[in-house]
Design a protein around this ligand. Structure first.
Ligand code: 13P
Length: 266
């Protein structure tokens, strides 16, 4: 494995991190909230009413992946400069597909980004690599930024299959990034999601190196880390070479906790 330092000098100054492959100097760190199936419209509005950010927040690129039904309320209530995203799309533009939402419809509703292939989509809803690729292509076609999620299960890591799994997952959608004006990838080890167990800086560094190498032909793009990110570990994770941002689940539901993570990134 690469011998470069795992942690950038001045870890909390991730905005100055790099240059490294895919880590542009002066790129703003990304702090993204994935609310999952939490916070309906009234609680989304209450979140933003209580969400207070400190100074230097313009140094961070702030994103919220909210439930589709909370989008309008969240956008109206947000007093901060933030981008909004949808958590899942179907690859068709429209049709007899009860319960689904297309990327084009999401864009019309004011969405700029879409999560694709989140661990829960893959493992709870059985989404395949091929479906992840189709969705990535659909999101790009609609002019939205795909944020494609990858990550290994604990048994895969223990079996020494980390690199194989990440290369397979990235290999399935990398060609679908070609039409995207912008894209991001989130590395979220399944064993760290919602468990309180976080990847060590070394784990995150190694996995991000693998993902970046697998993305090769797609060129540089931000790679986020996700999995039990909290105010207390965010600065350390954001200081890891090659970690361009964080994707936060549980801790993004509490305005003070999420503001603490944003503060750690500034
Ligand atoms: P937690 O931060 O709750 O572990 O969730 C991570 C995640 O899945 C973000 O997409």
């Amino acid at each position: 494995m690469n011998q470069r330092p795992v942690v950038e000098p001045g870890a909390a100054g991730a905005a100055e991190a790099g240059p490294g492959p895919g880590t542009g100097a002066l790129r703003r760190p990304i702090v993204a909230a994935n609310w999952k199936m939490n916070l309906g419209p009234s609680r989304a509005a209450a979140f933003f009413a209580a969400f207070r950010l400190g100074p230097n927040v313009s140094r961070v690129r702030l994103q919220f992946f909210v439930p589709a039904v909370s989008l309008a309320a969240a956008r109206t209530a947000a007093k901060v400069a933030a981008e909004f995203g949808i958590q899942n799309v179907h690859w068709e533009r429209e049709g007899a597909l009860t319960g689904e939402t297309s990327a084009e419809m999401a864009r019309e509703a004011g969405v700029a980004l879409a999560l694709v292939g989140h661990s829960e989509r893959r493992h709870v809803f059985g989404e395949t690599d091929a479906e992840v690729a189709r969705k990535t292509r659909a999101v790009s076609r609609a002019g939205l930024t795909p944020v494609v999620c990858v990550g290994e299960r604990l048994e895969e890591r223990r079996a020494g299959r980390l690199e194989e799994v990440l290369r397979r997952q990235v290999g399935a959608f990398v060609g679908a990034l070609a039409g995207a004006k912008e894209w991001m990838v989130a590395y979220e080890p399944v064993w760290a999601i919602g468990t309180g167990e976080t990847a060590t800086p070394q784990d995150a560094f190694e996995a991000h190196e693998i993902v970046r190498a697998a993305l090769g032909e797609a060129g540089p793009g931000p790679i986020l880390y996700g999995g039990s990110v909290k105010p207390g570990n965010a600065a350390e994770l954001l200081g890891v070479h090659g970690v361009d941002g964080v994707l936060v689940g549980g801790a993004s539901l509490d305005p003070a906790e999420f503001a603490g993570i944003v503060a750690a990134a500034t």
